[in-house]
Design a protein around this ligand. Structure first.
Ligand SMILES: CC(C)(COP(=O)(O)OP(=O)(O)OC[C@H]1O[C@@H](n2cnc3c(N)ncnc32)[C@H](O)[C@@H]1OP(=O)(O)O)[C@@H](O)C(=O)NCCC(=O)NCCS
Length: 246
């Protein structure tokens, strides 16, 4: 397994990353890319998004390549400024809507701030056949190492993808969304199962690797029904690198 950045991704790798993205996020992209009428259009849009990310911020676009398997997964990041008067991170200043944070997936000169203090890891794309093989670990090793080398903080901008399942399990009444949901999500992100693992897989993986939840953002990616539109901002400690080996 090799971790490479956007400077080393050829056309074939770019196409494969776009295919993985489309495969992984199909239900969300069917709505977000509503204007695409054919499969080819959809893939073309995803490809344009990846190409724009590589053009603007190649060092922040990581992929895991394997000589036999090809592209096993990718991580998309963007740099943003979110600081208080004392130069400390102010996570409340991070854009809370996924679309605006990423300029609708095409990070551009407005969304990406090369002088920012945070490296926001806003998409991890790993196809199901490569889950559980250490691909996320390798990608986050690369992302946190980049942040450490630049003196920045790596922040996963993740999704509580088990939320819908959990709400159904507890019989949550959708009509109570506005009064109760923020509180329930606040508790959900730190709930553990009988083995002591965090209930939510995505938050669990980042937490297992060393990050902590710093902000919960409602109405962040409305088309993400599994997560009820919520995204969760997490942060790795400054200077910390996710170890490549367990
Ligand atoms: C979640 C996901 C990114 C993990 O990627 P992966 O390549 O399968 O993960 P890895 O193999 O690198 O390992 C994940 C580690 O987290 C651990 N882990 C998994 N679920 C966990 C949980 N709920 N709590 C704590 N640790 C957990 C694993 O045991 C493993 O630990 P290890 O490296 O010490 O063995 C991937 O499975 C995936 O994309 N799933 C689809 C769901 C999704 O929404 N993904 C997008 C994320 S924005």
């Amino acid at each position: 397994m090799e971790i490479v950045d956007g400077n080393k991704l050829d056309d074939g790798a770019l196409t494969r990353l776009s295919e993985i993205y489309l495969q992984m996020w199909r239900p969300i992209l069917d709505t977000e890319l509503w204007e695409c009428s054919t499969e080819e259009d959809m893939l073309g849009k995803c490809r344009k998004q990846f190409a724009s990310r590589i053009e603007i911020f190649p060092e922040g676009q990581l992929a895991v390549l394997d000589p036999a398997e090809g592209v096993m997964g990718g991580l998309s990041t963007i740099m943003v400024s979110a600081m208080d008067e004392d130069g400390q991170p102010d996570y409340g200043k991070v854009e809370g809507k996924w679309e605006y944070l990423t300029s609708f997936g095409y990070i551009d000169g407005y969304a990406h701030d090369p002088d920012g203090n945070l490296v926001i890891c806003y998409a991890i794309n790993i196809p199901p056949e490569h889950h559980g093989k250490g691909v996320a670990r390798a990608l986050l090793h690369g992302g946190t190492k980049f942040a450490k080398d630049k003196g920045l903080i790596a922040c996963p901008y993740t999704r509580p993808s088990g939320l819908d399942k959990y709400l159904k399990k507890i019989g949550f009444d959708p009509m109570q969304r506005d009064e109760l949901l923020d509180g329930i999500v606040g508790e959900y992100v730190s709930m553990r199962d009988e083995h002591g693992r965090l209930l939510d897989e995505n938050i669990g993986v980042h937490s297992h690797f060393g990050a902590e939840v710093v902000r919960i953002m409602p109405y962040s990616r409305p088309c993400d029904l599994d997560s009820w539109g919520y995204c969760v901002l997490m942060a790795y400690p400054k200077g910390y690198v996710v170890p490549l080996n367990k």
